[in-house]
Design a protein around this ligand. Sequence first.
Ligand code: COA
Length: 257
Amino acid sequence: MSYTTILTSLEAGIFTITINRPDKLNALNKDVISNLDKVLDEIESSPEIKGVILTGSGQKGFVAGADITEFLGLSGDEGKALAKKGLDVFFKIENCSKPIIAAVNGFALGGGCELAMACHFRIASENAKFGQPEVNLGLIPGYGGTQRLVQLIGKGRAIELLLTGNMIDAQTALSYGLVNHVVPQEELLNKAKSILEIILTKAPLAISHCITAANAAYSADGYKKESEGFGACFETEDMKEGTSAFLEKRKPLFTGK
Ligand code: COA
């Protein structure tokens, strides 16, 4: 199958997906979300695909977030609908019956951090940076970030990152348990492959049941709250100001409205 915004390759059962908008640091626009949705169907239906690596194109960005250029002018309901599309695709990743490892090769911010967190686990290159900077735009995460960050690193650390919008480096992400391994960039894909090779020696159905059972450890109720909050942000002046300021390459002036 061919896709417009992602590259795919299959070698010895390992399917590699590379999000391919390097000039925009692989930001998730509608096409990327739609391509990811379709490729997940391909992964589930193809018997040749046994495990998956998800990474970003270039050496700077894994994914620098949802594409901010698509935010301006959306109503609250449209914001909520946008969140739902992304959330549904990220649930598909999380619930995929085959293991999906995020190989985080640079910035994983906003929707990029959320995408990495939807994968079954994460490996980072030494230059990777993680964060949920949505508050800088007058927004909150909309693709599951408030929930999965709390699940993965604990509420205190998660809330600090969510409220400050600060980024953490790969070593801090390792110490928080957000990533399992940190390796030099040139070793990133091989590290992911070597772990998948071990997994692929196990019983595929057992692997699939492990994923399902581990996912069931968390309730999904919080996602509804997050979507409501995300949609509500689209009704605020500050969200319009935050997104405009980013696109105009200036500092935002927030008013609390
Ligand atoms: N949406 C749309 N475009 C984005 C983007 C995003 N989330 N992140 C980066 N880009 C674009 C930039 O606008 C720029 O495009 P241009 O060359 O046409 O101007 C290009 O990607 C390169 O980014 P740039 O900002 O020039 O790189 P940098 O090294 O100076 O900064 C970041 C890197 C990641 C710190 C910065 O791009 C950034 O803060 N991105 C937004 C992160 C964010 O808020 N994500 C959450 C969105 S909900």
